[in-house]
Design a protein around this ligand. Sequence first.
Ligand SMILES: Nc1ncnc2c1ncn2[C@@H]1O[C@H](COP(=O)(O)OP(=O)(O)OP(=O)(O)O)[C@@H](O)[C@H]1O
Ligand SMILES: [Mg+2]
Length: 248
Amino acid sequence: MIVFDSVTKAFGPKTILRGISFECPTGKSTVIIGPSGCGKSTTLKLLLRLIEADSGTVRLDDQDVGKLDRPGLDDFRRGIGIVFQSAALFDSLTVWENVGFPLIEGSKQSSTEIRRIADEKLEIVGLAGTGDLYPAELSGGMQKRVGFARAIVCNPAVMLYDEPTAGLDPVTSTVIEDLINTIRDTTGATGMVVTHQPTTIFRTADQIVMLHSGNVLATGSVDDFKNHADPAVRNFIEGRVDEVTTAK
Ligand SMILES: Nc1ncnc2c1ncn2[C@@H]1O[C@H](COP(=O)(O)OP(=O)(O)OP(=O)(O)O)[C@@H](O)[C@H]1O
Ligand SMILES: [Mg+2]
């Protein structure tokens, strides 16, 4: 499981995280919510050690992310699949080459083997048979799914999603939410999903962690949040309040 233990982080004079602690159980999806600028994306970057915590620890099972040496960190990162808001595919590569791209560099696998793995991942995301197409031949929603296939090509134990449904129409959002659940169920990967969208919270969360003003304001299931004593928490997940924007 992923553990954040008393993690603090400041950027210059601006303290973003004031000692946050939470756990993301293995094989479950933890949805991170909170106002814009509260540090949601920062938690994902701390897990990847793209940025370092000022104090506290971030752990995956028995590994302290802050203590990994360079080769250890490279190995650790290979075990993490990442999906951003945009699919960020290479236009000049076919769909299967995009999916297999993380395997090509430094790989001992033949291109036939990489193609086989890419096709297997395309099938998981519901895109069987599209390997020879180019990204431009796919709809935006399909391109997003190619991004998901690429994210799981190295069989990650952890999947990170940063605003995976932002800017999508409701139908495509639903497809992506289903896919997040499919990946959890078929690969057993532990998920961290950063999102603002109530549907995405409700449809993907095994657990919700709400950050606010540098602290964990609430942790629990969707039902716990819907029945939370603090109206700010209830309103926030229902999308009923304008977002309280913290200083950027
Ligand atoms: N590398 C950095 N240097 C300086 N400030 C940063 C850096 N990364 C993030 N910040 C600041 O830290 C705060 C938290 O950023 P973060 O991206 O984690 O917010 P967020 O909760 O993901 O917000 P949003 O919902 O808008 O994506 C913001 O005020 C941001 O401007
Ligand atoms: Mg963010």
